[in-house]
Ligand binder design. Structure first.
Ligand code: SF4
Length: 365
């Protein structure tokens, strides 16, 4: 495939892997932040090209995986109402809540629709004025601008029946949360290329300097990731720490100013509950005062009870890089993509789903 092939060349991959081997004198643990990067690493078997000294850890950068259980329960409660059309990206329908998922309420007769853009929901709201149309707005800084734009357009079009159930998360606070935790094992990060295409990487410069940790903003093709690993290993071996931009063809230091502007106009920073990681201060985005009337939580006043779930799922440790999916006793047995017990098996970008798809039989070799 033209354009992609140049980032997937086997000979160039072998050359970079060889450079990493020659450079690495010690053991290093490097975490890729994005689920998309995890998927590429698994699909192309990149870990197998690396020396044993280099261990890749799979981070919390899959939005489906980290959306809080409480938010899923609220989504289910709102979707079950007869006056609501509930819209969501497809993956979210299978994320387990405390007792059921959105597919269950859809099967029971609720009007739950899969959409590909928040702008689809504006059309549905225009065509169904007698219903309240709610969009499940999840994701990192990559999806926030489109959701902000949808709310802005709803205001401009005086759409009274469009709402967001909002659970946006942001990357720098979760990186800082991992680095602050007692059990942190991460020694360098491959930064999130897509997120940085929107936000730039100035925030990551502060994180790198504060925690004295190398961060390489990295793309999603196999050669991008190998190059990101190489750059991280060079810094680690030289006892340096700074932000390097491997993904220069997409990311600029200041990011996308118009996208940031619409986010600032519509959202404000808030604390956020991450599945498996708990509440992280100032790590989320919610609708600000000017746009609060579009906030589904304010409109429906849904209260959920904290639930103690008994489950073999170790996805919290997987998201922190402390364990691998193969360490989970349920992996590939009780837990599969068809019957996921945890969110990291639901999304194709989740580490457990990626291992299931590409490394399921590894223990049997
Ligand atoms: S394999 Fe399933 S149960 Fe185990 S950690 Fe992954 S999502 Fe959780």
């Amino acid at each position: 495939m033209r354009f992609a092939a140049e980032f997937r060349s086997e000979s160039r991959a072998a050359a970079i892997a060889d450079a990493i081997k020659r450079c690495a004198t010690k053991s290093w643990r490097i975490m890729e932040v994005c689920g998309g990067q995890t998927h590429t690493i698994m699909q192309y078997g990149l870990q197998d090209l690396l020396p044993e000294k280099i261990e890749l850890l799979h981070g919390p950068g899959c939005p489906v995986c980290v959306t809080g259980l409480d938010l899923i329960d609220k989504a289910i409660a709102i979707a079950a109402r007869s006056d609501v059309i509930f819209c969501s990206y497809g993956d979210m329908l299978r994320v387990p809540g405390s007792s059921q998922d959105l597919n269950d309420v859809k099967a029971a007769g609720a009007d739950v629709r899969v959409v590909y853009s928040p702008l689809d929901c504006l059309r549905i709201a225009r065509e169904n004025r007698e219903k309240k149309v709610v969009f499940l707005a999840i994701g990192f800084e990559t999806t926030a601008p489109a959701n902000a734009m949808a709310v802005k357009q709803a205001k401009q079009q005086q759409l009274e029946n469009f709402f967001l159930l909002c659970s946006h998360v942001t990357v720098p606070p979760v990186i800082e949360g991992l680095l602050r935790s007692q059990d942190n094992v991460v020694q360098a990060f491959l930064g999130p290329g897509h997120v940085c295409s929107v936000m730039g990487f100035r925030q990551y410069e502060r994180v790198s300097q504060t925690y004295k940790i190398p961060i390489v903003i990295t793309g999603f093709e196999p050669l991008d990731i190998l190059d990101g690993i190489y750059k991280a290993v060079v810094q680690l071996e030289e006892s340096r720490y700074c932000v390097e931009n491997q993904y220069k063809r997409v990311v600029e230091r200041n990011g996308n100013a118009p996208a940031q502007k619409v986010m600032e106009e519509v959202f404000e920073v808030c604390d956020q509950n991450w599945r498996g990681l708990g509440v992280i201060a100032q790590s989320g985005l919610r609708l600000n005062e000017s746009y609060r009337r579009y906030d589904a939580e304010n409109v429906f006043h849904v209260k959920t009870q904290p639930v103690e779930i008994v489950s073999p799922c170790i996805s919290a440790e997987v998201l922190k890089g402390l364990k691998k999916p193969h360490d989970c006793p349920a992996f590939g047995k009780e837990c599969t993509p068809e019957h996921p017990l945890g969110a990291t098996m639901v999304s194709s970008e989740g580490a457990c789903a990626a291992y299931f798809r590409y490394r399921r039989f590894e223990d049997e070799k």
